[in-house]
Design a binder for this molecule. Structure first.
Ligand SMILES: C[S@@+](CC[C@H](N)C(=O)[O-])C[C@H]1O[C@@H](n2cnc3c(N)ncnc32)[C@H](O)[C@@H]1O
Length: 305
């Protein structure tokens, strides 16, 4: 869909972009979410100066700014007329220009440092019970042909579900309570070239989204160890659209595997949140290690059945 700006807004956007440092800022912030400290290292100017340019770009809507604990992040907007304006400007930019090449090298250095930190944190994580290939194939099979639409991954951790589904989503957001895991997810998303995915700090019991905001919500390997899984699923159901689906993926507690997903947690949690389980799957088929349950609001589940 094409979006249009009013003439004063378009002029404000063009004026904001029409300055050499701000053009460089747009280019680097289009590649992912960066803190003001990281941006300053790439641009190699004083922080107050960089902050002044960032403010002008934010005021014109060409950048968005968000706070995550002690850090302030910037990125280009993902949707709306300003996102299109930034996209159009950057599309016309020849990046062979030596200044842009230097920026790109410094950005790669900043991101490599993030990746080093992230791999230290990832080393502390336990190995997933099924491979990425197996899980990704199962998720796609269970979702079938339904569009992913606006996607939220709760307890995103390494950003695994965003990597599986982010490319097919209109918008993709991952939330996690751990700053370390957000760094891991951001680093993995950058390596996968998924700059359209966002990650945000949030608690799954109190999500910062209005009712009925998402078409697809995933919760992968989070609930078995949660204090109150039913409350987390109820909170996810609150922000799920009427025709949307909530995909729960959990390890099967018994080492031998359980043949009947009805007796496992996910189906019960969905039921308690007023959702019906419209499909489920055990993975791998032979010696199942995880169960996938697709929840839908009751009317939608009845129509699907
Ligand atoms: C075992 S990891 C699984 C992560 C991810 N789904 C993956 O496959 O990489 C569980 C994640 O849930 C997050 N988490 C735990 N409690 C949370 C809460 N209350 N709100 C948001 N995230 C939470 C943890 O920080 C951790 O990243």
């Amino acid at each position: 869909m094409s979006h249009f700006l009013t003439s004063p807004a378009l002029l404000a956007g063009l004026r904001a972009a029409a300055e050499p440092t701000r053009l460089r800022l747009l280019r680097i912030c289009a590649q992912g979410e960066l803190t003001v400290g990281e941006i300053t290292r790439v641009i190699a100017q004083s922080q107050p100066r960089v902050s002044r340019h960032l403010k002008i770009l934010c005021d014109a809507g060409l950048l968005v700014r968000f706070r995550e604990r002690h850090w302030v992040f910037y990125r280009v907007p993902l949707s709306g007329p300003e996102a299109e304006l930034v996209g159009n400007i950057l599309q016309n930019l020849a990046i062979e220009d030596s200044e842009f090449l230097v920026d790109q090298q410094r950005l790669e250095d900043v991101l490599a440092e993030r990746a080093r930190l992230a791999s230290g944190y990832s080393a502390e994580l336990r190995q997933p019970s099924v491979s990425d290939e197996q899980l990704s194939a199962a998720v796609r099979k269970l979702l079938g042909s339904r569009p992913v639409g606006d996607l939220l991954d709760i307890g995103t951790g390494t950003g695994r579900l965003l990597r599986f589904l982010g490319e097919s989503a209109e918008q993709a957001v991952g939330v996690d309570i751990s700053s370390k895991m957000l760094l891991v997810a951001r680093s993995n998303l950058h390596s996968a070239g998924l700059s359209q995915c966002m990650v945000r700090h949030a608690n799954m019991y109190q999500l910062p989204f209005t009712n009925a905001s998402f078409d697809t919500i995933t919760i992968d390997d989070v609930l078995n160890e949660a204090e109150d899984p039913a409350a987390a699923v109820a909170e996810a159901a609150r922000i799920l659209r009427a025709t949307g689906c909530l995909l729960l993926i959990e390890k099967i507690p018994s080492a031998n595997g359980v043949g009947d997903p009805e007796n496992t947690g996910p189906e019960r949690w969905l039921g308690d949140a007023g959702l019906g389980c419209s499909a489920s799957m055990l993975v791998p088929e032979k010696h199942p290690a995880v169960v996938l349950c697709l929840g839908q609001k009751k009317d939608a589940a009845e129509r699907a059945a």
